[in-house]
Design a protein. Structure first.
Length: 373
């Protein structure tokens, strides 16, 4: 019914994020209840899988089954929902029939401010940086069947976007550049110097840091405090002999919490007490604490609210404006890539098939990217 090919005998822990999400949806549908609550059901699905899910929802509605569809993806809400309710800070701030409201009004009710004032400004075109030595250079990189002959350059002051469907090799590419995966062949150079036998520890030493796609699995220790999670990459700064300075650690984490506007009851609260958006900010905080130069972002806005999504866009923009910093952004949300990136490469089956540049003659738009991915 969901149009997916999953071996029923496979261990769920071995599945991709998208397949885990699909199993969860199938489990809910199998209960044959009259009301189904779907909390971010499409956050890790491909566009085809989303289409199939929406067909299932329409079928359920025709059978008299009601669906509460919770999502940060406003386009999907407008596509599938009959009525919209916006909740902000635990309060109902808007309820309306979908046909009687537009997206700007919904965004304004979520953010509490006018949309125009919060739009992310696109960084300057990458063409300005051409001719200088790239901050990061990847040449003919191969990793299994997921990354096949990928080459690109990243210049200081730019955000390079990587667009592609789930399974296109985008996550594997970032993880290979960070040293999690060992490439079969290819070269990775940072500031003109080739880095051999790259592992995460070495990548961090050279100023490369990764914001992973599954923050709760790869990016955080959920039962530990906000303070301890923020301190993960700065132990050398807060170490005093054999011990860790709690005073210094708390000072750094409180400063970062204030800078990143993390909503919590204090840095001694466990990370799993935070919302998804605030958890993502905790992961981001390590970048600022460590002073990294190259930021690799794997779907950083996935499953977070509109307001935090805009804040993260501003963080990325502000980060690349500092000194010789640059970022590589992978996102399932093509609108985010179009708004933030000065240059975009499109991946299909592990290969680069297109490159787009934001300049006076060409503007990267979501519609262009939809046609190419």
């Amino acid at each position: 019914m969901l149009h997916v090919d999953i071996d029923p005998d496979e261990i769920v822990g071995n599945l991709s994020v998208a397949m885990k999400q699909t199993v969860e949806i199938a489990k809910a549908l199998s209960e044959e209840k009259k009301i189904i609550i779907m909390d971010e059901p499409t956050s890790a699905l491909t566009s085809n899988q989303v289409d199939h899910l929406f067909q299932v929802i329409h079928k359920l509605k025709s059978q008299g089954i009601s669906v509460i569809f919770i999502s940060h993806n406003l386009r999907q809400i407008f596509e599938i929902c009959d009525r919209i309710t916006v909740i902000k800070d635990g309060r109902n701030v808007l309820t309306s029939e979908t046909r009687e409201i537009d997206m700007d009004t919904v965004v304004e009710s979520i953010t509490g401010s006018e949309l125009e004032k919060r739009k992310v400004v696109i960084p300057a075109s990458a063409t300005v940086a051409r001719g200088r030595e790239p901050l990061l250079k990847v040449e003919n990189l191969y990793f299994g069947t997921k990354v096949r002959g990928v080459s690109f350059e990243l210049y200081s002051g730019e955000v390079l976007g990587i667009a592609g469907l789930i399974g296109s090799g985008r996550t594997e590419l970032l993880e290979t550049v960070f040293g999690i995966n060992t490439p079969v062949r290819g070269r990775i150079s940072i500031k003109g110097r080739e880095v051999k036998n790259l592992v995460p520890e070495k990548a961090l030493y050279y100023g490369v840091i990764l914001i992973p796609d599954e923050r709760q699995v790869k990016g955080l220790i959920l039962t530990h405090t906000i303070m301890n999670n923020m301190a993960l990459h700065v132990f050398q700064r807060i170490r005093r002999g054999l011990f860790i300075s709690n005073k210094e650690s708390r000072c750094i984490s409180e400063e970062l919490s204030k800078e990143l506007k993390i909503v919590s009851q204090g840095v001694l609260m466990p990370v799993n007490s935070l919302s998804g958006g605030n958890q993502q900010k905790v992961v981001f905080s390590r970048t600022f604490a460590r002073g990294s130069k190259i930021l690799l972002l794997d779907d950083p806005t996935l499953g977070i609210d509109v307001e935090t999504k805009q804040e993260i866009g501003e963080m990325i923009k502000e980060y690349v404006s500092r000194g010789e910093n640059a970022a590589v952004l992978v996102s399932s949300e093509l609108e985010v890539i179009a708004k933030i990136c000065s240059r975009v490469i499109v991946l299909k089956e592990g290969k680069i098939v297109h490159e787009l540049v934001n300049d006076d003659k060409n503007v990267i738009t979501e519609s262009k990217l939809v046609m190419l991915v």
